[in-house]
Design a protein around this ligand. Sequence first.
Ligand SMILES: [Zn+2]
Length: 344
Amino acid sequence: MESIRTPASWVVVGLDNGGTCNNATVLDATGQFLVDHLVENPSLVLDGPESAVEQLAEAFTGILTLTSTPATLVRAVGLDTPGPASANGVISSKGATNFSQVSWRGFDIRSALEARLGLPVVYNNDANAAALYAHHRHFGPDAMACSSVSAIVGTGLGGGVVENGKVVRGAAGMAGELGHVQIPLYGVLEDGQPVPQCNCGFAGDVESIASLTAIKNNLLPYWLTRFPDHPLADLPIGEAAKLLRSYGEKEDPLALAVFGQQARAIGKLFTMAANFTDPAAYFLGGGVVEADPMFRQWFLNTVREHTDLRQEQAAVATFSLVPDLDMAGARGAAVAALERVSAA
Ligand SMILES: [Zn+2]
């Protein structure tokens, strides 16, 4: 049953911008989300910034109508988009996968939406927004006193570091780019396996192993040489990479070898996190969360086994999956906006 509440106080709106859809939510001052399901409209990002900003404005109006929220109750808007973008929502000058049109390069989507709506807009990239939501959902009223690290496995590997309830942004706004942390490969790769390469130019970083792109470019080409008769060997590599998870769910040995390497790589990353911020929780999100429960638990357990914690750390740390992943972006964006308003 989908349920919709009406606001009991002032509110913030969360808008998650994606490659095909926007997702919108409303969060009231007491921390209650007014919708418990996805509320989407087309994002039209391929039509360029002007159309995309208009679609975000439409998502905003739509969610207010759905929840019977008067616009006068809205104090701020949280926005998240895929990266790379600056901490303030300026899309990379080199462009980005989801923002291929030239007019997107260097476009300040946060300011554009702020001007369009006439309300303060707080920006996060999508991985940071998901990390923030995972953190607040997990810790509830203790969120502002706790720390966490999130790894979100998708086309790339997104991440977020949350300290005392807030996303760590860094001097240049580039903190939490966990996909591009280079990890020790001992115990991750097989003898003779080529060192995986990342699109960013690094070799042996987390994204070069733990992402869909890594399966396609690095892991599957290698593992198919070890399993030459595997049915996936007959398919184009991009198609085979996307199908691999369904094989993992059936405990196919090649698939388990690939996903095992991914889980060990994330374990190495979390081991480094343990020595940087010693977080109270380690969250894992992405496609794997939507997988069969047995498979995702195996994946999470493998990550945990390969995260070397000291005894004192192991006694207090939690490992868990990012909940409500399809809504995590919009909800995290809203949480960030609520924090900003509450702090003002
Ligand atoms: Zn990289």
